[in-house]
Ligand binder design. Sequence first.
Ligand code: ADP
Length: 500
Amino acid sequence: MATAASARVYNNFIGGEWVDSKSGKTYENRNPANTDEVIGHFVASNEADVNAAVDAAKEAYKSWRLVPAPKRAEILYRAAEILVQRKEEYSKDMTREMGKVLAETRGDVQEAIDMTYYMAGEGRRLFGQTTPSELPNKFAMSVRQSVGVCGLITPWNFPMAIPSWKMAPALVAGNTVVLKPAEDTPLSSYHYVQALVEAGLPKGVVNIVSGDGPDAGAPLSKHKDVPVMSFTGSSAVGRIIASACAPDFKHVSLEMGGKNIIIVMDDANLDLAIDGAVWGGFGTTGQRCTAASRVAVHKKVYGEFVKRFVERVKTLRVGDGLDPKIEMGPCINEQQLNTVMSYVEIGKKENAKLLTGGNRLNSGAHAKGWFHEPTVFGDVDAKMRVAQEEIFGPVVSVIPFDGFDEAISIANGVAYGLSASIYTKNVNQAFAAMRDLYTGIVYVNAPTIGAETHMPFGGTKQTGNGHREAAGAAIDFFTEWKTLYIDYSDKLQRAQIDNN
Ligand code: ADP
């Protein structure tokens, strides 16, 4: 186990070189399950570092945009192969820096692999449209063009998957990138970049600057030579980034909070619904933007559901995610743990019924980490703060309801709109829910988590600003349409005039 003295220093990657910060400052990245362990020292970047990275990306863009897309894609394909080889090593490193259990960090690296293969495939697609012109002897088509340097700012809960969601489509489309990873999980982003570099990515095409939001993220979002910003994180920071991008009319994609719901109807398979609620609520210690932090249950089955759900939650084993017996890891850091504890107090004050959990775990095997008990509130009113605000931790609010319409109105009655799910065997109800749940993602008979890389990902209302990540939707964001008209009539032809 590395200590502060023995841990390695990780530099920024700018213009194809691993370089120090111009500030000379570094910060420690510690294991949230055991804060004695230092994962590494990372550069605390400042505006000068960001400027150097953007300059390198701008220079590299001149030639990268001209590399044929299938050739760009071959590099992504090779990077995915490298990730496959290193999946176990990178997953373990991710558990050490982020805390989630090994099965989940393997899933995170796999998601990066899937996304990288998917976008490698896009290198031979990147389809546009050809369509007949309204005039004779004239040809019309639209092609995608790259945009330039993309600034990418990512959160800590999916330390490799989310950077890959942004980097792979940006790169295959011919853009160059500067990534500012979350300060708590830079190592997994380094691993992804390392795979791209070894796969043969030219100098300057990918750059990484570590550091905190205000010092390293803010200068990137404001930089005049960065026409595209893609951000995943809190709605509060998303608003700051959107404002920073507005004066230059940058393309900006924001993926933010959620207050996702599982609806359990009275005809649901309760075993299945309980499995889903446990995984949706406590997977990743509830620290997913798609976490099921609300479970609304029909009053006819409420008593039975709550009894069995709470029994299951009580058995969850909390601890170091590297231990295969452990089912839930720590919170990412002290601040997040404090947020969780403060919401437990808020719930109690609101008279939500604390059914299990509610305490920090900080003795014995938990003494050195940011652990919290899996916590369930029952008899929650949909308007309570614990049922309205994103907690981003292992706290689930169970809300009783009377009928389908009430369930839909509870589901839609929050500021966010990322993911929702319904458990029912009634096909009419399932389709009505698919139509009426105003979220970017709806699941039927499955929990709110489990996005696949070839489907659009994102949400409505305060969750996003209308863009989607993953799938072809990501290509739409990282490219711009160019419409081409080729007139081979040898005469002036006026659209809308000469053909009417
Ligand atoms: P989370 O709650 O997931 O940590 P944040 O929104 O705080 O979400 O952070 C997400 C990312 O945004 C991180 O990489 C963080 O460093 C960055 N960030 C935070 N503040 C700013 C800011 N003012 N400008 C740009 N990036 C920021």
